[in-house]
Design a protein around this ligand. Structure first.
Ligand SMILES: *[C@@H]1O[C@H](CO)[C@@H](O)[C@H](O)[C@H]1NC(C)=O
Ligand SMILES: *[C@@H]1O[C@H](CO)[C@@H](O)[C@H](O)[C@H]1NC(C)=O
Length: 369
């Protein structure tokens, strides 16, 4: 009887020991996981912090989520096609797209003998209160508003929407930085040229920049000056105050900020952010007629819709072009053919404005040889 009890006790004790052992291993593992997560967070910050460029470096930044992978790659391809200066890309993207971006851009980079640099970063919010930022906005739409604080060692960027394409070297847009006066910290194109069809002047229930508002699709941002202005501290209060009135997300917030600080904004011409609105009724962007479109913006899905065949034709020509190919035969000539076929509409009446700068680029090429 006594022996039996001792045995029983012994077994119970061993079981307890085993349970305790297993439990402590789990605890340990959990804390390791926890540490790992912490490290990942810290690493993200380290990578962003390590981005340093010199003052003269051209940096093109884009935020890509959802189904925008291909569109974004086309925009970056168009940047590489015409630029003479070495470019640097910053792609901020959802986790599930990061690998695809790294793969394709890595491929292009070795193919072009390291002719450009790139960084693909996860969506990140300011470290002082990340949860609050995430709760306030849809993560991807809000990301660009926080770039001044996230890219804290970067002086300046050219921020591009994913649905834009360069028809000139990136340098021609970047050059505007040199014409900023001492108070300007960003450059944008007007949302409209014609008050009769303008959106902000007819529908907006919140303040906006100037007479017709600005479009945020192609934005030069001097991050150094935006940080000095304390840009981040304007964003959330403005969002809180106007969230029920805003329609176009981050673009409206940008319009509201510059409504109160018009001296901080440089306005460049519509040819640096050319949208279907500029030709769908009549041609309203006169600088594009004389100097050609520099950046085309297929806003509201017009690169992918039959409704604006000219915009679809331009997008298709970039999509079909293989980087490193002959720009004249494999890009320019097909583009001419597609534009010809797409010309039976108002934008078709001005189809040459989309070819003008590419022609100019190729003439320069001929001059050099
Ligand atoms: C941005 O502004 C800072 C501070 O005024 C200036 O030093 C820097 O050169 C500007 N960057 C560009 C690209 O113009
Ligand atoms: C810079 O230009 C803007 C727009 O023309 C103007 O409102 C602002 O006063 C100028 N700033 C300086 C310091 O001249």
């Amino acid at each position: 009887m006594r022996l039996y009890t001792v045995l029983q006790l012994g077994i119970l004790l061993s079981i307890a020991l085993v349970i305790f052992y297993l439990y402590s291993i789990r605890l340990l593992n959990n804390s390791e996981n926890y540490i790992e997560e912490e490290l990942v967070e810290v690493n993200n910050e380290v990578t962003t912090e390590r981005i340093t460029f010199t003052k003269n470096d051209i940096v093109v930044a884009v935020v890509a989520c959802g189904d925008r992978l291909q569109e974004t790659l086309n925009m970056l391809k168009s940047a590489l096609m015409f630029s003479k200066q070495k470019l640097n890309f910053i792609v901020v993207s959802e986790d599930r797209l990061i690998e695809s971006f790294n793969e394709k851009l890595g491929e292009w980079r070795s193919f072009l003998n390291n002719g450009f640099t790139f960084r693909v970063l996860p969506l990140t919010f300011p470290s002082d209160n990340p949860l609050e930022w995430k709760k306030l906005f849809k993560p991807c739409a809000a990301q660009r508003l926080f770039l001044p604080s996230i890219l804290e060692n970067v002086d300046s960027i050219l921020y591009m929407d994913t649905d834009t394409l360069f028809l000139t070297p990136v340098e021609t847009v970047w050059e505007h930085f040199h014409t900023f006066n001492s108070s300007q910290m960003a450059a944008l194109a007007p949302e409209h040229e014609d008050p009769n069809v303008g959106w902000y002047n007819r529908f907006a229930k919140h303040p906006y920049y100037g007479k017709l508002g600005v479009n945020s699709g192609v934005m030069l941002m001097n991050l150094t000056r935006m940080r000095a202005f304390k840009w981040k501290e304007y964003v959330v209060p403005i969002y809180r105050k106007f969230k029920h009135q805003i329609t176009w997300g981050d673009q409206d917030i940008i319009n509201i900020i510059f409504h109160y600080h018009p001296d901080k904004l440089f306005i460049y011409s519509c040819r640096f952010n050319y949208r279907p609105d500029h030709c769908m009724y009549t041609s309203v962007c006169k600088p594009a007629e004389t100097q050609g479109v520099a950046v085309i913006h297929g806003s509201r899905g017009f690169f992918h819709s039959e409704k604006q065949p000219i915009f679809q034709a331009v997008y298709r020509s970039f999509e079909e072009f293989q980087l490193g190919g002959d720009i004249y035969r494999e890009f320019y000539q097909p583009l001419e053919v597609y534009l010809e076929a797409a010309q039976n509409n108002n934008c078709g009446n001005v189809k040459d404005i989309f070819l003008k700068n590419i022609r100019k680029y190729m003439d320069l090429e001929f001059d050099n040889t």
